[in-house]
Design a protein. Structure first.
Length: 136
């Protein structure tokens, strides 16, 4: 019976969002109208259980914060890894872009040279035709 009262009282404290920084007097006033609070006849027992809940809450918070810190560290590692991957991809994209630009310049030069060669060839053909038929 006592353990069930204690469990109910702890659930009340949880609903009241009692933390390690909560004060007994504030909690007492918040919960005094609840049947789970009134079921415990001794005010000193209520306060003792309140303190016990707080100490357990501190332990749980510490455990959760350790897990949270580990999770934060893991997330930071993943974020750093992703940043390195993104930086590597960006660097490679710039290298490819520069290389492509070089190829494009070479193609443009070759095209211009082909146009020039074609124009020279056409001019020579025209001169040859004029020499063969001087009256035209």
């Amino acid at each position: 019976m006592k353990s069930e009262l204690k469990k109910d009282y702890f659930s009340l404290l949880k609903e009241l969002k009692v933390t390690r920084n909560s004060s007994w007097s504030d909690t007492k006033h918040s919960g005094e109208h609840d049947s789970r609070y009134r079921a415990i006849e001794s005010n000193s027992r209520r306060e003792d259980w309140f303190r016990e809940y707080q100490s357990k809450h501190i332990d749980e918070t510490t455990t959760n914060s350790n897990e949270t810190n580990e999770e934060k560290i893991e997330r930071q590692r993943e974020k750093d890894k992703q940043n390195r991957i993104d930086a590597s991809i960006k660097k490679r994209a710039e290298e490819v872009k520069e290389q492509l630009s070089g190829f494009q310049r070479e193609l443009d030069k070759e095209r211009e040279q082909l146009k020039k060669d074609k124009a020279i060839e056409n001019f020579k053909a025209l001169l040859t035709d004029m020499v063969r038929t001087p009256d035209a």
